[in-house]
Write a protein that binds this ligand. Sequence first.
Ligand SMILES: Cc1ncc(COP(=O)(O)O)c(C=O)c1O
Length: 392
Amino acid sequence: MGKELDKMAKFGINTRLAHGGYDPRDYHGFVNPPIVHASTVLFPDAETMASHKQKYGYATHGTPTTDALCQAIDELEGSFGTLLVPSGLAAVTIPLLAFLSPGDHLLMVDSVYGNTRYFCNTMLKRLGIEVEYYDPLIGADIEKLIRPNTTVVFTESPGSNTFEIQDIPAIVEKAHAAGAIVMMDNTWATPLYLKPLDFGVDISIHAATKYPSGHSDILMGTISANEKCFKRLDDAYTAIGLCVAGDDAYDVLRGLRTMKLRLDRHGENALEVARWIEKQPGVLEVLHPALESHAGHALWKRDFTGAAGVFSIVIDGGTPQARAFLNALDIFGLGYSWGGYASLALQVNLSDRVLTGKKYAGALIRLQIGLEDTKDLIADLEKALSAAKAVQ
Ligand SMILES: Cc1ncc(COP(=O)(O)O)c(C=O)c1O
């Protein structure tokens, strides 16, 4: 792991994406790695079998195909080790299960992805873990919430659907001073626009379902940890028995090769649409951290090197106006899982938020901007805004 990382570290991001994780000379010169389909692995003799020293012994613990993807992700994240899990949600739940014990206190950001909240409010509470939600804008004041039994501070920046930017270095400093570890769901930025471990975060979580896959056809999560946290994480992963299929690992690795090009285009398209929609009558607010008008813009500029393609708008009115808006869209699909090449929209429901749900003056709509031509997307949105306005 270490040697390969050192070798790649000097290259630019596109070079690392194009070549990470696999050297064609390792497999007869074929540009892409073979897909290993496996459960059983054979040993040459009984002694080797008993020694547990053969590199591969059982396919739940990895294959050359999954290892190629893990190594490519390690190169991007700067992590000690990466684990692959069957969904982005599993990439959230496994580290939480690995590091929390009954009686522990978890500080969870209030703008977290909704299914993470569901996991905390159901399974973690049942396991005797105290879950406390904190304001995403808390910064160094997180110190005031940390207790002797706080073991994990969980961050997600920007926040799901509402796009608050967290002061990650300030939170890391206070958490580490108190002996807690920090996890970050970095699905929006990806390691291309922010590398959590460079900011002191211990575990970087990514729904690879989104931009690494990029085509709305794969579910996968990656969990990348520093040396301090990797062993405990890996032990929990092994105990639970999670793994991913070789075909899916192969497809995500293929997605990585073009990810910077796609992500940059998602970002450019999204910013163009955001700048346009900000000026339209009937749009009360645009929640996009790369806009100068966004409350978290300065922090975003300080820590991120780019903006992805998902943001939200607040339109005048309530659910009837939001429904009319969504129903008038032709190019934008109505769907949840973003990060694919096609544009999507949905109405956001913040009713489960405990701190940050009530401050919007109209209906909140999340847009994922795809790789289509922006003039077509803008025309579609113009039609949708007119339909919303027509509702009395
Ligand atoms: C921020 C964030 N984290 C995690 C996930 C979960 O990913 P998956 O759909 O692969 O479970 C999502 C999905 O939308 C997400 O938006």
